[in-house]
Design a protein around this ligand. Structure first.
Ligand code: SF4
Length: 227
């Protein structure tokens, strides 16, 4: 009689990385990466240049919170590690089809479902709470409401890079991603950072229905879009 071999579940204390990857997938995150809670100098310089060019427009909070946005430790001095999660929101049809209906309004795909702040935050809290309970480490969760540069942290954690359209792109999951970050005072094994793989491609720029990028891409030459 054959016996089924039961593989033991990763233990958050002994194998925090393995535990996090498995628990994140269980919560519905397609991507999970772990990196230092550190914003690279190029991204800090990018934030300064972005504000120097007044690219924040009427998003005045970007200027008001610039000092905190420079490094996670400006918000939480104990932050050592960023656990970055990505949830795919891609629809099951090609949303470009909607553009054919000229008399109908078109809502951006990311805004068609539940408020992603609520959706992702609930799952992040669940994950972070379990991690804290099992390891005794402190955690804080972030979903696009605090002055935290999630995309640079995501690239450092290896889950993607900032494409020419300024969003995060993953080789595995594309760029329709809700991002969430758990900061912790734990020091964990880090993933290798991802590199910019856009090269000479500019498909996202050419297909943009509102031609939103020319100024940005001109501004972005040699500078990483910081937010
Ligand atoms: S330039 Fe190409 S690879 Fe880079 S984000 Fe745009 S479509 Fe993706």
């Amino acid at each position: 009689m054959s016996k089924t071999i039961q593989h033991p579940k990763p233990n958050a204390h002994k194998d925090p990385r393995g535990w996090l990857i498995e628990a994140a997938a269980h919560e519905g995150f397609l991507l999970a990466g772990i990196g230092p809670a550190d914003i690279e100098p190029v991204n800090r310089a990018g934030l300064v240049a972005f504000l120097d060019d007044a690219f924040e427009g009427d998003m005045g909070w970007l200027r008001d919170t610039a000092a905190k946005r420079q490094q996670p430790q400006a918000m939480w001095p104990d932050a050592k590690t960023a656990i970055v999660l990505g949830m795919n929101y891609g629809p099951d049809h090609d949303p470009m089809d909607n553009l054919a209906a000229k008399s109908a309004g078109n809502i951006s795909v990311y805004a068609r479902g539940r408020d992603y702040h609520d959706l992702v935050k609930g799952k992040l809290k669940q994950l972070a709470g379990q991690f804290a309970a099992q390891t005794g480490h402190a955690v804080k969760v972030f979903v696009d409401t605090a002055p935290l540069m999630e995309k640079p942290l995501a690239q450092t954690a290896g889950i993607g890079w900032q494409g020419k359209h300024t969003n995060l792109v993953s080789r595995k999951a594309g760029s329709w991603l809700f991002l969430g970050v758990i900061l912790t005072d734990a020091i964990l094994p880090y993933d290798a950072p991802e590199t910019d793989r856009c090269g000479g491609c500019r498909q996202c720029l050419d297909i943009c229905p509102t031609n939103a990028f020319p100024r940005l891409t001109g501004w972005m030459r040699g500078v990483v879009f910081p937010i």
